[in-house]
Write a protein that binds this ligand. Structure first.
Ligand code: CA
Length: 228
């Protein structure tokens, strides 16, 4: 049982109840609020470690709540993940401008949500002990240095393992070759950008044996994305 607390701000009962169930199952403590006003009240009683914030709320909107959080000295470092509906691209941009940490698009899978929550918690230094990343049929075990899909172990090189580790911590986001070099190989080494393509190609070849090569996607003119 983790002592990390997540505040869920969501007005739709069915979604909020689902979120509570999923996050409790992932060993988080949960605080619930159906409105932003209620969330402020709850936060006066106890401070969460992360806020899962629905964008469309009655009364004070998610954007106003996030703006208010980022202005308050005691809360501005608190990670926020937005819940948005598909197609609300403008909201995501506004959210990122406000300084929110990530967003999850509805409808989402419980596994994806938990992975996002853990990734944000890890980035903000709240979670150090994540040994397993689970996304779709992929499981990456950091301790055993093992990658598996559909329960079958996949043999990959150390670099490709690091690449998968980075992708699984940051699913659905597009990274340029330069960004991947920085994040996976490290800034200090000089490697040509096409090295990234070589490793991606090899990784896809291995994943293809398990029918999962489409998980590593090329975004033309920009780079690569891991998405299930
Ligand atoms: Ca809503």
């Amino acid at each position: 049982m983790s002592n990390l607390k997540i505040l869920i701000v969501e007005d739709e009962d069915a979604i909020r109840e689902m979120l509570v169930m999923v996050l409790e199952h992932a060993s988080f403590q949960v605080i619930e609020a159906a409105t932003a006003e209620m969330a402020l009240q709850r936060m006066a009683e106890e401070t969460p470690d992360l806020i899962l914030l629905d964008w469309m709320l009655p009364g004070m909107s998610g954007v106003d709540f996030a703006r208010r959080m980022k202005k308050e000295e005691s809360f501005h470092d608190l990670p926020i993940i937005l819940l948005t509906a598909r197609g609300e691209e403008e909201d995501k941009v506004r959210g990122f401008e406000l300084g929110v940490d990530d967003y999850v698009t509805k409808p989402f899978s419980p596994k994806e949500l938990v992975a996002r929550v853990k990734a944000v918690m890890r980035r903000s230094g709240k979670l150090f002990d994540i040994k397993q990343l689970v996304i779709g049929d992929f499981i990456l075990d950091k301790e055993q240095h093992r990658l598996s899909v559909n329960g079958e172990s996949i043999e990959v090189s150390p670099t490709e393992f690091k690449l998968m580790n980075f992708f699984m911590e940051n699913p659905d986001k597009v990274y340029s070759r330069t960004q991947l070099l920085d994040k996976v190989w490290g800034r200090s080494v000089y490697i040509e950008e096409r090295t990234v393509d070589v490793h991606i190609r090899r990784l896809r070849k291995v994943l293809a044996k398990y029918g999962q090569d489409q998980a590593v996607q090329t975004v033309r003119g920009f780079g690569y994305r891991f998405s299930i």
